[in-house]
Design a protein around this ligand. Structure first.
Ligand code: SAH
Length: 352
């Protein structure tokens, strides 16, 4: 293979970043805006599709830039309407996004890394560690691909709940969110974007600097530091108190209610005692607890909880004044739940 480096991708630009295109030979003052609209609004994959650019300018643009970094590899439709979308990156790696319908909503679950370093004991994404961070373009492209796959089923919500820990790739995730949120970018309202994170306090503080008041979901899983460190071996020291202090500060700044996620594992964290622990940890915070019954993952020797246990925990939390929801499992029949599609695909068919 000739190893000439690939040109940079337009999807990696910030919205103001498109201004560099003014420097192309033959570019006009409005060229950046024209190109940006082709890439982000009309979702073209090829410079040649940008028909309102002169032929010469298109040639110059095509020499210096690619449109995208990845390409759709495969789509899996689940019976419940959940769609798993696999993208092949330009280094051959695969990432997955999942589009999940729910009544009048359709949520896109976005990956931020290939793999994950936190390696939560119950999660498929971290089984092989982290391979690399995604660029902002690779994150933005997940939205573009999902939009073009189902133009008649518009996405309403965007959650960073695919593979990866978003705060381990904070720079690119923040850049991608800025492009997603900008009215001249993808035009997605901040309240439709959720970043799910293990909640390192420093990272929460940096996220609070962003002008974009997106939602934060904290993956707690256990109400005390020692049990969290046990369940999340790559987390490092758990500092729940500081995490919640930062979360409260952000709430005061943005008014965005916090979500606390708890993956419930049978015989591990499904007891009334754990629920009481969460009730006292979270008392006084404006928070919704989301109890997530564990989705079984092949090769992980854990058990899903008895649904009656999950309901008992929810009842206990609600009785103590904590708003609590229980998540329904989705996409299980084709194994697209929680990072499973990528692994499945990788083990079934290395590359062809
Ligand atoms: N790294 C981020 C975002 C990725 S996962 C985080 O930890 O928040 C999004 C949510 O799905 C997290 O709460 C995660 O714990 C949960 N999750 C991962 N694997 C799961 C599984 N097999 N069943 C149910 N929830 C799972």
């Amino acid at each position: 293979m000739g190893d000439a480096p690939l040109p940079p991708a337009l999807t990696d630009l910030t919205v103001p970043g498109y201004d560099v295109l003014r420097e192309l030979p033959g570019a006009r003052s409005f060229t950046p805006k024209q190109v940006r609209r082709w890439v982000l609004e009309r979702g073209v994959r090829d410079v040649d599709a940008m028909t309102d650019l002169g032929k010469e300018l298109r040639a110059r643009l095509g020499e210096a830039w690619r449109v995208r970094r990845g390409a759709l590899d495969r789509v899996h439709e689940s019976r419940d309407g959940t769609t798993g979308i696999l993208t092949r990156l330009d280094d051959g790696r695969l990432i997955e996004s999942v589009s999940i319908p729910d009544e009048d909503r359709r949520t896109l679950c976005i990956s931020s890394q290939v793999g994950c370093a936190v390696a939560c004991r119950f999660c498929a994404s971290g089984l092989e560690g982290v391979e690399r961070n995604l660029t902002s373009g690779e994150i933005v492209e997940q939205v573009l691909v999902a939009r073009e796959l189902a133009p008649d089923r518009p996405l309403t919500n965007y959650v960073f709940m695919g593979s990866g820990e978003p705060t381990h790739n904070l720079k690119e995730v923040r850049k991608a969110i800025a492009v997603m949120n900008d009215p001249a970018g993808l035009g997605i309202g901040a309240r439709r974007i959720t970043v799910s994170t293990v909640g390192h306090p420093e990272a929460l503080a940096r996220l609070a600097e962003d002008e974009v008041p997106f939602h934060i979901a904290l993956s707690l899983h256990a109400p005390d530091d020692a049990s969290r460190e046990e369940l999340m071996p790559g987390l490092g020291p758990s500092r729940l108190e500081e995490t919640l202090r930062e979360a409260r500060a952000r709430f005061e700044k943005t008014g965005r209610r916090l979500t606390a996620e708890v993956v419930v594992l049978g015989g591990v964290n499904d007891t009334d005692e754990v629920a009481r622990g969460f009730a006292s940890l979270l008392s006084g915070l404006n928070v919704v607890v989301n109890l997530i019954p564990w989705n079984p993952v092949p090769d992980i020797d854990l058990a899903p909880p008895d649904p009656r246990r999950v309901e008992a925990m929810a009842d206990l939390l609600r009785a103590r004044g904590v708003t609590t929801t229980v998540r329904r499992p989705r996409g299980r029949d084709v194994g697209v739940a929680c990072g499973q599609l990528r692994r499945h695909a990788a083990s079934r068919r290395p590359r062809d």
